[in-house]
Design a protein around this ligand. Structure first.
Ligand SMILES: *Cc1c(COP(=O)(O)O)cnc(C)c1O
Length: 437
């Protein structure tokens, strides 16, 4: 029975993927969905509810990818769905101002005080592009410091040493990006404040901004070491550069607000996305009025999206943030995540597998390595073959982690004790099986 079922699964999704390949490049609309880093065919979904995703072949899986972290309330959360049902009937796009946009911006500003003013975009990529344009316009400088393994979307000049997608696919940079476009991008190692200091010395008076994921999630989860972010804050202040936190993943994930509230270091500009759209395409960037005023229509830095602030998207965002603010699920999410991580670690230890788990709040990842993972180089040292094997075993047991050793996993409000216990039981069985082989 089991084998028949497994054979059926593979055939079905393989066929769907084959058909998709005919019309979509590589069969997908985003390379990270292709399963290239872990092999096999991607799972095709038709529905999702709570902690579960439903595949086209009838399988029901427990989801720890959660649309790359966006679905913190779980899938199809009732209040969000009801708000959307109402919103859709009012029309799907106006291209004119709405009170909804003001409301979402106020929710963001109230939660993240360093963001006095906000501009909404359609994606995290666009939010980062906007923030960097503002930083360059404000400082009248060109250079931007980024960290190896941090991903900030796919804008040309930031598609340099990006971790996750690009690195797991073995594309160090990207074709189609003129070398000239990234000549103002300076790449340094995460958690290496000395290197940032040297970079500031070398490019004295030229650096517009340092952009960083305050907790990195694109080389797996990597925590900032004590004093790393504080060091960045000090260096930026000393040299008149802006500090940009890319909180597209961490915003409203670690607490109601940003990682900046959680870690106590304030950036000049913040980028958001994912959770603030409740599963709809969104991004936002913001900072002090004094800096944001360079943006058109007030200032000369141009930025726009035809559909930004879309009423449907913004409705999903408002409903999500209101639910999160009311539920304040963060300590519960964090302890559920700790329990899960400890269980995975114990299971690995018990069977003699060397793994390292990094977790922050309800985001986590595990690396098949025995060294501490503090930057991209250490993340890249993991044993990706073991990861792949482990991943395939999980998938066969209907557990869906993010399909790459360089991506974060997430726990949602909808994950029950039973979900976590079932996952742990599967993990124990898998390590046992892997050891016997
Ligand atoms: C997802 C992500 C982005 C890109 O956002 P998109 O909406 O995919 O354009 C940028 N930065 C970080 C940290 C992200 O996690």
């Amino acid at each position: 029975m089991k084998n028949f079922y497994q054979g059926h699964i593979l055939k079905n999704h393989a066929e769907l993927f084959k058909t998709a390949h005919r019309y979509l490049v590589g069969g997908v609309n985003s390379p990270v969905r292709s399963f290239k880093p872990i092999g096999g065919d991607p799972v095709f979904l038709k529905q999702a509810k709570g902690s579960k995703i439903y595949a086209e072949d009838g399988r029901k899986l427990t989801d720890y990818c959660l649309s790359w972290g966006a679905m913190i309330l779980g899938h199809a959360y009732r209040e969000v769905v009801e708000a959307l049902e109402h919103a859709v009937r009012q029309g799907t796009s106006y291209g004119m101002p709405t009170c909804l946009e003001t409301e979402l911006a106020k929710l963001i500003v109230d939660a993240i005080p360093s963001m006095e003013q906000v501009r909404l975009t359609n994606s995290g990529t666009e939010a980062v592009m906007g923030a960097i344009r503002v930083a360059r316009a404000h400082t009248q400088r060109d250079k931007v410091v980024k960290f190896e393994g941090c991903y900030h979307g796919h804008a040309d000049h930031l598609l340099v040493k990006t971790g996750s997608g690009a690195n797991t696919l073995g594309i160090p940079d990207s074709l189609g990006v003129p070398a000239d476009f990234s000549k103002h991008t300076l790449v340094v190692s995460y958690n290496n404040i000395e290197q940032v200091k040297e970079t500031f010395q070398q490019y004295y008076n030229e650096i517009a901004a340092v952009i960083v994921e305050p907790v990195a999630g694109s080389m797996g989860v990597v925590m900032p070491e004590p004093n790393f972010l504080k060091g960045l804050r000090t260096l930026c202040d000393e040299h008149g550069a802006l500090l940009i936190f890319d909180e597209v993943t961490t915003g409203f994930r670690l607490m109601y607000g940003g990682a900046q509230n959680y870690l106590g270091i304030l950036p000049d500009l913040t980028c958001l996305g994912k959770i603030i759209g409740g599963g709809m395409p969104i991004g936002a960037f913001g900072g002090p009025r004094e800096i944001m005023k360079v943006l058109a229509p007030l200032g000369g830095a141009y930025q726009e999206d035809t559909l930004s602030g879309n009423p449907i998207v913004v409705t999903a965002g408002i409903a999500t943030l209101k639910c999160l603010n009311r539920l304040q699920p963060y300590s519960k999410l964090a302890s559920a995540t700790q329990k899960l991580c400890k269980g995975i670690q114990d299971a690995a230890d018990f069977e003699g597998f060397k793994i390292r788990i990094n977790a922050a709040g309800s985001m986590f990842s595990f690396f098949f390595t025995d060294q501490k993972v503090v930057h991209y180089q250490s993340a890249a040292c993991q044993d990706t073959d073991s990861f792949r094997e482990f991943y395939q075993e999980l998938l066969q047991r209907n557990i869906y982690f993010s399909p790459s050793p360089f991506e974060a996993n997430f726990v949602s409000v909808a994950h029950s004790e039973k979900d976590l216990e079932n996952t742990l039981q599967a993990v124990r069985n898998i390590f046992k099986k892997m050891r016997k082989q």
